[in-house]
Design a protein around this ligand. Structure first.
Ligand code: ADP
Length: 182
């Protein structure tokens, strides 16, 4: 599913983010930046040890919620990994939607700063961190849309791992696009 908005192409893709060929890949990391499960584990496994090495030497303090930390892409096709820490879902009682927005916005602007022309996002916080996909999907799409037009980013991929999340995200995307164009 693809759409071009303000000269940037947005796509929803089902698959493994480690296979993406965009300049930058976003990692849904944890606070220590020492690797973990889910997409974080997959990125470190596929990208090899140089990613963790850079995390350890450059960012001994790890990452705060909504923050961004950039490393090399190791063995991946992507030049950069932009690590962010999404919020843990506490039934919406702890400002989680705004924190999730921060993750999307800050990673997008970091990608622009480093000169990336394309970026791939996993569905931040919707795995181990428990953010409901139905709530996360429109936040992902709306936040990226709010960053457009972009001087550098020509392509944004939302990479989803399962059919179910893909369907739900499409619903969110359609709703957002309809709203913006009606
Ligand atoms: P978080 O801790 O932020 O919730 P997770 O890694 O547990 O992060 O999950 C975030 C999302 O990433 C989930 O929707 C999960 O299905 C998805 N995911 C896991 N592995 C991959 C992968 N290799 N490529 C793309 N998405 C993935």
């Amino acid at each position: 599913m693809e759409i071009v908005i303000k000269k940037t192409q947005l796509s929803i893709i089902q698959g493994d983010i480690t296979l993406e060929e965009t300049d930058a890949i976003v990692n849904a990391a944890n606070t220590t930046l020492r690797g973990g499960g889910g997409v974080d584990g997959a990125i470190h496994r596929a990208g090899g040890p140089t990613i963790l090495e850079e995390c350890v030497t450059k960012y001994p303090q790890g990452c705060e919620t909504g923050g961004v930390r950039t490393t090399n892409g190791g063995l991946l096709k992507a030049k950069w990994i932009i690590h962010t820490l999404g919020p843990i879902w506490h039934r919406g009682s702890q400002n989680e939607p705004v924190l999730l927005e921060n993750s999307y916005r800050n990673t997008f602007h970091q990608a622009e700063r480093i000169g990336a022309t394309s970026i791939s996002y996993p569905s931040i916080s919707t795995g181990i961190y428990g953010f409901p996909m139905q709530k996360a999907a429109p936040i992902a799409i709306e936040t990226v849309l709010s960053c457009l037009p972009s001087n550098s980013i020509q392509e944004v991929h939302f990479v989803l791992f399962s059919n179910r999340s893909e369907r739900l995200t499409q619903i969110g995307q359609l709703g957002t696009i309809w709203k913006n164009h009606s």
